[in-house]
Write a protein that binds this ligand. Structure first.
Ligand code: NDP
Length: 308
């Protein structure tokens, strides 16, 4: 079931079709469910009302296998694309082929936004951390800086989230993950960013007694994507959190969020993160501020989800 009716393009389409105007795209595998074209094209239409330059901008989604990504990046550049978003599983793969723009991107080791550079190449950015920080602040009124954080997961999303929390000087960072080896690898990656706050790891089945009360719990695992997934942690085994933010937005309420609701803990899903990371990407490509386009993107994302 597709979430949006936007057509899925392929590299064969890129070779034989023209993409007139200013072209943007998201690349992923699979990509069918991406809400990004609906969000970006709604924002571009709104931007075009006050600046006709944006009337010729358009955003498409492309199915690109990871083996094809290096060649695809050259091809999108040759076809004149201005910007690209990268989603699963390309964020880390692309990092090895690019010149990251910001030191934070180098530390995170993953990119989700590419800006065309002339005459060749792409500059890499990562707007996921910004999206998370904005989403948590907007939905839960919690700032990542100064807050104790309990982060669930050790994949790409957890890596970006952990780095963002440390760079924003969270009060403490505890990370739980099902597979200990993945957790240890993440802790090793994050330690150079740590400063005063050393990240700790724990087994989600046996949370330690000294976890902080009043923490923000962030789910960056995929547990919850399917309705029968167990929650990544039992909230009753943690000191009462200040809030729970689940990066998953479809389904809109995971078992983790239902438990937070039952316990009366403020909670939110990851739709706001998706919207704010997208708005920041569009700011990088267009110069139009993310704060301006985010409300339009949110309306478009909600409409696409509702029509699914
Ligand atoms: P990865 O595949 O890189 O990592 C998956 C993580 O989930 C690993 O830590 C894995 O643990 C854990 N996991 C998977 N299944 C289970 C389970 N049944 N029980 C417990 N843990 C589990 O994925 P990403 O990091 O890229 O994405 C993680 C989630 O974040 C996804 O749901 C994705 O949709 C969401 N996301 C949302 C964004 C937004 O804008 N809202 C942006 C980016 C991601 P293990 O190491 O043991 O395998």
């Amino acid at each position: 079931m597709g979430l949006s009716t936007d057509p899925v393009r392929t590299l064969a389409d890129l070779e034989r079709q023209s993409f007139p105007g200013t072209a943007l795209a998201v690349l992923g595998h699979p990509i069918q469910h991406s809400l990004s074209p609906a969000m970006h094209n709604a924002a571009l239409a709104e931007m075009a009302r006050t600046n006709r330059e944006f009337a010729s901008w358009h955003y498409d989604k492309f199915e690109v296998h990871p083996d094809d990504l290096p060649g695809a990046l050259d091809l999108f550049h040759a076809r004149g694309f201005r910007g690209l978003n990268l989603t699963v599983p390309h964020k880390v793969i692309a990092f090895t082929h690019l010149k990251p723009a910001a030191p934070a991107v180098r530390m995170i080791g993953a990119v989700n936004t590419l800006l065309r550079r002339e005459p060749v190449g792409w500059e890499g950015y990562n707007t996921d951390g910004y999206g998370l920080a904005m989403g948590v602040r907007e939905d839960l009124g919690i700032a990542l800086g100064d807050s104790p954080i309990i982060l669930l997961g050790a994949g790409g999303a957890a890596r970006g989230a952990g780095a963002e929390c440390l760079l924003r000087h969270c009060a403490s960072l505890w990370i739980a993950n099902r597979t200990r080896a993945h957790l240890d690898a993440l802790l090793a990656v994050l330690r150079p960013l740590a400063g005063e706050v050393l990240p700790h790891g724990f087994d989600p089945q046996t949370p330690p007694a000294d976890l902080p009360a009043g923490a923000l719990v962030i789910n960056a695992t995929s547990a919850g994507l399917r309705p029968d997934d167990p929650p990544p942690v039992d909230l009753t085994r943690l000191p009462r959190p200040a809030g729970v933010y689940d990066m998953i937005y479809n389904p809109p309420q995971t078992r983790l969020l239902r438990q937070a609701a039952a316990l009366g803990v403020p909670h939110a899903n990851g739709l706001s993160m998706l919207v704010h990371q997208g708005a920041k990407s569009l700011e990088i490509w267009s110069g139009v501020s993310a704060e301006r386009t985010a409300p339009t993107m949110l309306r478009a994302a909600r409409a696409a989800l509702a029509s699914a």
